[in-house]
Design a binder for this molecule. Sequence first.
Ligand code: SF4
Length: 378
Amino acid sequence: MNEHDIAEGFASTFAGLNWDAQRLSIYAKTATDVERALQSGKRTLEDFKALISPAAEPYLEQIAQQSAFLTRQRFGHTLGMYLPLYLSNLCANVCSYCGFSMDNRIKRKTLTLDEVEAECRAIKTMGFDSILLVTGEHETKVGMDYFRQVLPVVKRYFSYLAMEVQPLQSHDYAELKALGLDAVMVYQETYHPVTYARHHLRGKKADFGYRLQTPDRLARAGIDKIGLGALIGLEDWRTDSLYVAAHLEYLERHYWQSRYSISFPRLRPCAGNTEIKSIMEDKHLVQLICAYRLFNPSVELSLSTRESPWLRDNLLPLGVTALSAASSTQPGGYANPEPALEQFSISDERSVVEVAKTVKQAGFEVVWKDWDRRYSGV
Ligand code: SF4
C-alpha cells in the first residue's frame, strides 16, 4: 500500500463520517439513549455518543460507577507511572497553540547524548521504568539519525520506551522497534480538517491526511502500543472525542496485535496563547474518561500533569490506568531545570514521592514496571 494514499486505511472510514452530522447526532441524544447505553452489554459508537452527550450529564454518577467497576475488573487496583523526557524543543512547524512553535522566539535546545544520559540517570533515581521521549517535529536535526543514536542509550535505563515525535514511515518505525521502541503517541489534535488547517499553519504537520494515517503505519510496523487523542479545546470536544473512539474501533478491528491508549490533553497556557474554542469543564473530563471506559473496557487511559492535583486525585478510581508525575516539559529539565524552555506549564507540580503516596493512600498499587525488555525483542 502507498503510504501517502489517504483513500485507504482509517482515511476511508473517516471519509464516511460527516462532522456536522455526527455533531448534531451527539447533541440530539436523549435520556432514553443514555439509559440504553448504560444497560448495553457491548457498547457501540452510538452508545458512546449518548454517553458523552449533554443528555448524559444527569447520569454521571451511574456512568462513573460502571467505569470504576470495569476498570478494576480489567486492570485491578493498579496505576502505571511514566515520565516524559523532552529531548529537543526544535520544531519546523507552526502550530498556534504550542510553545515550541517555530515562530516563537524561545531558546532552542537539543540534548547531546551525554545530556540524554544525565536525564536518564536523574529520572531513574526518581523510580521510573517507563519513559516517553518527546521532541518537537524537526526532521533534519531531530530525525531518524538522532533517534538511532538516542534509543540505545535510553533503552539501557528503561524497560518500556514510548515516543511522541513527528509521524514517520512504517519502515522507520520498524527500525526503531528493533532499537527498543515499544509505543508511539500520535495525537490528531482535531479531526476537523478546516480547524486543523487553521491551527497548523506551516511545516509537515499541516498535512492532515498523513498524520491521520500514522496509526495505520505504526500498527503495520508491529508497534506494541499506539496512543490516540485530540487536543481538547481546538474544536467541539464531544465530536472530536467521537472521532477518537471511531479511530480506536477501526484500529482494534484491523490491527488486534497492538494495544491502544487514549490521552485527553486540555489546552494549557504556553508561549503561543491560542484561543480555546470549546471549553471542557472538569465534570466533562470525568464524563469523557468514564465514557471511553464504558465503550472500551481494555483501552489504557492516561492522565498527565496538565491537570490539577485535586482533579487527578479524584479521577484515580474512575477509569485512568496511567499517570505521569513530576514532569518537566523542557529539554534537560530533570538534571538541570531551566523554566524558559518549557512547552507548556504543568498544573500538578507535586513530587513523584507525593503522587505515589497519594496513589497508595487511595488503595492502589503503583506500577513502575509492567514490561521486560526481552519482550521488546532487543
Ligand atoms: S505541537 Fe508539536 S509540531 Fe506543533 S509546534 Fe508544538 S512541538 Fe511543534
